[in-house]
Design a protein around this ligand. Structure first.
Ligand SMILES: C[S@@+](CC[C@H](N)C(=O)[O-])C[C@H]1O[C@@H](n2cnc3c(N)ncnc32)[C@H](O)[C@@H]1O
Length: 260
């Protein structure tokens, strides 16, 4: 399965009921207020935080590779009476009709891109869709291995129709050289005599700070700030980093962008 298709079918169905937390909209609202609109969320999924940002009157559009997640977003938008504009695309093949003053991912969704080549294609797409004065916000993290005692543990939730939903880690492989972790997840849905069980590999790929900066530069972007998730300077050993990027000017005599 292509990693961009991970959040489809039973995984999309179980995502909302089983997710352990929703992204806090505040940092993204603050980012958009600072960077300007229109804004674009990459990997908007079923609508957190995009719907809340739209509800606040911010002009935010979304992109996701999973039509199942987008259908859920649309259903929630309709239920809440929030107009939402979303596109079914992969962020590494972005082709939208406009440019944006703010492009962001809410949480470390960029880590779902499985290798540097895919990441570079996504960064080129961000560069191509940024307005001249636009800013991108890319949160990254270095995942910790799943603790051994959590392998096989089951998390459960109840679906709106009463079905029992279960997710567990079956196994995990980690490659520190390729900076890739593949976690085999088992998703289950049980309703009376009706059961479905699916096992899917969930791939995370992470970056050193220098490596990500080099990829961004190659894509024509300049790193203007690297902070922790609260906007404070990031310590050298930080595992959660927020990168702010702007289009690099080709002109000679460019004096660089201000930090903010
Ligand atoms: C962990 S979910 C986050 C969704 C939402 N932002 C939230 O916080 O609830 C990640 C989303 O990224 C999407 N995604 C994964 N790879 C993608 C890609 N290559 N291009 C676009 N979207 C992608 C998935 O389909 C999924 O909906």
């Amino acid at each position: 399965m292509d990693p961009a298709d991970f959040y489809t079918g039973i995984v999309a169905e179980l995502y909302g009921p089983l997710k352990s937390f929703s992204q806090d909209p505040e940092p993204y609202a603050a980012f958009i207020q600072q960077a300007g609109v229109p804004a674009l969320e990459l990997g908007c999924g079923d609508g957190d935080p995009l719907l809340e940002l739209c509800r606040r009157g911010l002009e935010v559009e979304g992109v996701d590779s999973s039509v199942d997640m987008l259908q859920r977003l649309q259903r929630r938008a309709d239920e809440q009476g929030i107009p939402a504009t979303v596109f079914h695309q992969r962020m590494e093949a972005l082709n939208l009709p406009r440019r944006y003053r703010a492009i962001f991912l809410a949480g470390p969704t960029f880590t779902l891109l499985p290798d540097n080549a895919t990441a570079l294609a996504a960064l080129h797409g961000i560069r191509a869709h940024l307005a001249e004065d636009g800013t991108a916000l890319v949160p990254l993290f270095t995942p910790a291995p799943t603790p051994a005692e959590q392998i096989g543990q089951v998390r459960t939730a109840t679906a709106p129709d009463g079905a029992e939903l279960r997710v567990s880690v079956v196994a995990e492989q980690r490659d520190e050289t390729a900076r890739t972790q593949t976690t085999l997840l088992r998703y289950e849905r049980h309703h009376g005599s009706d059961s479905s069980v699916v096992e899917r590999p969930w791939v995370l790929h992470w970056y050193t700070r220098d490596e990500f900066e080099e990829l961004a530069t190659t894509a024509g972007l300049a790193v203007t700030a690297v902070t922790d998730p609260h906007g404070k300077p990031a310590p050298a050993n930080a595992t959660d980093l927020h990168f702010r990027l702007r289009a690099r000017k080709a002109r000679s005599g460019h004096r660089g962008w201000a930090q903010h």
